[in-house]
Design a protein around this ligand. Structure first.
Ligand code: SF4
Ligand code: SF4
Length: 451
């Protein structure tokens, strides 16, 4: 039985998925190093899902470390804070990870790290659930696993929806990335504090933390800290090492046995899933009064001289981070922000680290060389590997034909864009690329049908 018994339970998993080489050996034993901030810090106003934030500073203003510099632009949005003290030198379009220029606040770092007066510890035990959620919102916390969903919304389930399961995602199933692994080893107190705070918000007494079995030291460390808790129960669920084990729907299935139905959200299955470092960020809001100023970033790949894990201040230049690893030792044919499966390839490293930047990966031409694309072999490997039980090859064909009825029937919108189908294809077909295009076209067709 998965949910009863000792502190450590499992191993659990889900049907489907793939087994890429995890490539984590280069950094999983490398402790997190605090990185100095760049001289010029850049804060794109879009750093969370939803609407962009709105600047609350002007060019010429002096700002302090931890000061709010942009207000959430709506309910689904998040405040942005300066991670340095300095002067606002511009509010202007700058290149971002998405490959487009976005309005950004530029701060000239004075390197004094003069702290804002607002930064004070908060005793969450004396606060109501609503006051806790307000403090998390004020701190600009978003999902640090990459999705950047504003955390205050996750902590505010819709009226009538009861949360039964709080699940913390320590799977870190993306190859190469080890930032969550290191966070579990180095900041377990902050993670456990974050879990206790979230348990209070949801009125629960039991929380689950899912960790893949390729991180036995993290399982042991978190279990040791979990066992010290007297007022709440924290269960560590061992997960089989499989991609995409960290996807919300698959983690819920593995931990609770419950399915999140097509078109539904985790909250419909009574579950909230949050990433390890997000949970630690919630802990830090109360332990130190800290807004979201830093995140852990894994820098790896065959082009990087010294693959490492860094605690990077948000706004720091990606090129500066790479240089702290000794720079590229050979030409990088591909640089990815995030993991190799779901990350974003960038063409320009002169962009800032934002709240959702979990990794920087540099790969040489040897690593990214592709074989010649062949016709689909109808081998079914993409179907076997799809964790959502979809037919990726059929989806691809329907996208090419723009057959929207068929795309709806095939469940296009259920695709979680994990990339497993593209990864396993022996013919070098790229179903995910077509699926992304198909989703955009289907959304447009639905909007036009509504007019
Ligand atoms: S990208 Fe979509 S279709 Fe492909 S394996 Fe993942 S969920 Fe299935
Ligand atoms: S894995 Fe590739 S070759 Fe095999 S059925 Fe899928 S798309 Fe076709």
């Amino acid at each position: 039985m998965r949910l009863k018994g000792k502190t450590i339970v499992g191993p659990a998993t889900f049907k489907g998925g793939i087994h890429p080489n995890d490539m984590k050996a280069a950094t999983c034993k490398r402790p997190i190093v605090d990185l100095p901030a760049s001289k010029e810090m850049v804060y794109p106003l879009q750093q969370s899902l939803g609407v962009p934030a709105v600047p609350c500073v002007e060019v010429g203003d002096r700002v302090l470390m931890g000061q709010k510099i942009a207000e959430a632009g709506g309910f689904v949005s998040a405040h942005i804070h300066s991670a340095v003290s300095g002067t606002v030198t511009g509010i202007e379009p700058r290149m971002t990870v998405s490959g487009i220029k976005m309005n950004s606040i530029i701060i000239e770092n004075d390197e004094l790290d003069e702290l804002c007066d607002d930064i004070k510890p908060l005793d969450w035990k004396k606060l109501s659930p609503k006051e806790i959620v307000d403090a998390v919102r004020e701190a600009g916390v978003v999902g640090l696993g990459g999705a950047t969903f504003p955390t205050h919304i996750k902590l505010s389930p819709p009226e009538g929806k009861k949360i039964e399961y709080l699940i913390i995602n320590g799977a870190e199933c993306e190859p190469y990335l080890t930032s969550d692994h290191r966070a579990m080893l180095e900041t377990p107190e902050e993670i456990i504090e974050g879990m206790k705070i979230m348990l209070k918000v949801f009125g629960l007494k039991v929380a689950y933390i899912g960790i893949e079995i390729n991180k036995p030291d993290a399982i042991k460390k978190i279990a040791e800290f979990a066992e010290k808790e007297k007022d709440v129960t924290i269960k560590v669920v061992k997960l089989k090492t499989k991609y995409p084990q960290g996807s919300e729907k698959h983690l819920i299935k593995a931990v609770t046995g419950k399915e999140v139905q097509s078109g539904k959200l985790p909250v419909d299955a009574g579950a909230v899933v949050d990433n390890i470092d997000t949970c630690a960020a919630i802990g830090r809001v109360f332990l130190y009064g800290a807004p979201l100023l830093k995140r852990i970033v894994t820098v790896s790949g065959d082009c990087i001289q010294t693959p490492s894990n860094f605690r990077v201040r948000i706004g720091t230049n990606v090129q500066d981070v790479i240089e702290h690893c000794g720079g590229f030792i050979k030409p990088a044919a591909k640089v990815i922000i995030g993991g190799p499966m779901m990350g974003v390839a960038i063409s320009d490293v002169d962009i800032p680290i934002i709240k959702g930047s979990a990794g920087i990966l540099g790969f040489s031409a040897d690593m990214v060389a592709k074989k010649k694309v062949q016709n689909c072999l109808r081998c079914g490997k993409c179907v076997e590997g799809c964790p959502m039980n979809l037919l990726p090859n059929a989806l691809k064909d329907a996208v090419i034909k723009e057959d929207f009825d068929k795309l709806n029937k095939l469940g296009l919108m259920d695709c979680i864009q994990c990339g497993s189908c593209t990864y396993v294809c022996p013919a070098e077909q790229t179903p995910l690329q077509y699926i992304r295009t198909g989703k955009a076209k289907l959304m447009k067709a639905r909007q036009e049908a509504k007019k």
